[in-house]
Design a protein around this ligand. Structure first.
Ligand SMILES: [Zn+2]
Length: 211
């Protein structure tokens, strides 16, 4: 595999709340930061996403009396998993992890900014209708291949990869540069969806060995 100047590295949600010690910590979430820093040096286009919720966001269990984190509720757009309060706009936990060393990203995309709808995907909010604008941004630059890494594999990376493929881009998930939340069944469902979409994982070593 040869990297091309128009390839994009999409780095999902490397934020303090998703790393050990954070409000919605992903096991070993910070362990993928060094390889991501290394990967980013090989790409001319790097996009960072940042989960960025209002304090009363609908995805927070605290907004639904009687519910606990990881319960599922029905919303106007379908089922929604409830989470601990996390990545509140402007809070310390919403900041990028300080070890993330990508000095010049092409774009920082904030998602989940609307109170009434969550956004796992970097392309569409969870109603699967409201675009974030990323697809047009990618198309305008003539980008065709998107390499995805980050947190968490079975939620924001999963839906970003699936929507990217749905938008017609060639998506390659760098799976060893991702970590899952690992709710019951979530990782299996992710791999099943990737297989059904024909998304083959690549490794950090494969990508770094390309040039
Ligand atoms: Zn969130």
């Amino acid at each position: 595999m040869q990297l091309r100047p128009d390839d994009l590295l999409l780095v999902v949600d490397i934020q303090l709340d998703f790393c050990p010690g954070g409000a919605l910590a992903v096991t070993d979430g910070d362990s993928i930061i060094p390889p991501i820093n290394q990967l980013a040096t090989r790409f001319q286009h790097v996009v960072l996403t940042q989960d960025w919720h209002p304090a009363d966001h609908l995805s927070f269990a605290s907004q639904h009396p009687g519910h606990q984190p990881y319960d599922t509720i029905e919303t106007s757009y379908g089922p929604q998993t409830l989470w601990p309060d996390h990545c509140v706009q402007g809070s310390p936990g919403a900041q990028f992890h300080p070890a993330l060393d990508i000095p010049n990203p092409s774009l920082i995309l904030r998602k989940g900014i609307h109170r009434e709808v969550d956004s796992y995907s970097a392309f569409y909010e969870n109603d699967h209708q409201t675009p974030t604008g990323l697809a047009d941004w990618v198309r305008d630059r003539g980008i065709q291949r998107i390499f995805v890494a980050g947190l968490a594999l079975d939620f924001c990376v999963r839906y970003t990869a699936a929507d990217g493929a749905g938008c017609g881009f060639k998506v390659l998930v760098i799976e060893d540069a991702c970590r899952p939340v690992n709710l019951p069944g979530s990782l299996d469902a992710t791999h099943k969806q990737f297989r059904s979409l024909g998304l083959k994982p690549v490794s950090t070593a494969e990508v770094l060995s390309t040039n």
